[in-house]
Design a protein around this ligand. Structure first.
Ligand SMILES: [Zn+2]
Length: 288
């Protein structure tokens, strides 16, 4: 099994680190949503969760997906392994298929109660910024290894594409979690193609209907296709997080680590109220 990925480590990682540094500076200068918790505390909490989880992406997920692609390429297994398919089409369609498989995985994380216990650790963050992009429980990352490797094998994508897509995937995840206020006219157009900070901010709302929308990761077309797109929520009216986890004690690294193993709380505020918002027409129109 291959563990050394020179292109990923020598080109991808510096590119991602540069993009993250730029986003970190820009989100501080052009802030989209007001912070509700002290930044230093959140960086400590999110950093602790990320420190445990990130190595699984590089040392388990990437090698496993690459091995799955190699196996499918060698044995001619998978949708795109048909001999008549030209190389350019394998790469283009492969990118689209990988992205679609990740849309479906994100839906699964929300709909399958066992997976939601892990994904919830990402969602209870009460602010949304660049650091949230790496705040995934190690269990969620481990669970994604067999799913994403199977998706790679079934689609039969070329092995080098797996590495390229992963760099794009991580870059886009950092971008759409960031608290960067893009010019509205620009973001309104951009979200027709890729997931943007305002679009993903709605996915992190404490209103259940809003959380259960905008599942796409890179391309935004999957939410349009499955009618899970919801853009007509003004960003300033969004409360980020999950209603039943509003105490700073919920955010301690120890609690975040143990959370998947405790009974999930019902989707309601500490006072018993269920957050709601009137459904307005024009779901596919982004609001500032
Ligand atoms: Zn989610």
């Amino acid at each position: 099994m291959k563990f050394l990925f020179a292109k990923f480590d020598k080109i991808g990682v510096p590119l991602l680190a540069g993009a993250a540094a730029a986003l970190f500076i820009l989100q501080a200068k052009y802030q989209l949503r007001k912070r509700v918790r002290p930044a230093a505390e959140r960086y400590f909490e999110n950093g602790s969760v990320a420190l445990a989880a990130l190595p699984t992406l590089r040392f388990a997920l990437l090698p496993a997906m690459y091995a799955a692609a190699k196996w499918s390429n060698k044995n001619g297994v998978g949708l795109l392994q048909h001999p008549g398919i030209p190389k350019w089409l394998k790469y283009t369609a492969g990118f689209i298929l990988l992205d679609y498989s990740n849309y479906l995985w994100h839906v699964l994380l929300h709909k399958w109660p066992l997976l939601w216990r892990f994904h919830n650790v990402h969602h209870i963050d009460m602010d949304l910024d660049l650091s949230t992009a790496w705040r995934f429980h190690i269990g969620e990352n481990v669970a994604s290894v067999p799913y994403r490797s199977l998706a790679v094998a079934l689609s039969g994508v070329p092995a080098p594409l797996v590495v390229f897509y992963e760099i794009v995937f991580e870059g886009c995840t950092a971008f759409h979690h960031s608290n960067l206020k893009l010019p509205f006219w620009f973001e309104r157009r951009l979200c027709n193609f890729i997931v943007t900070p305002r679009m993903h901010g709605i996915h992190h709302s404490i209103v259940a209907r809003e959380t259960n929308s905008n599942y796409s990761v890179v391309l935004s077309c999957w939410d349009r296709l499955h009618q899970t797109l919801r853009l007509n929520i003004p960003q300033q009216s969004i409360t980020i997080g999950v209603p039943s986890y509003r105490s700073p004690a919920d955010q301690s690294p120890k609690h975040l680590f143990l959370m998947p193993f405790e009974k999930p709380r019902p989707w309601q505020l500490p006072n018993g109220e269920v957050p709601a918002r009137e459904e307005l027409p024009g779901r596919e129109h982004l609001l500032p």
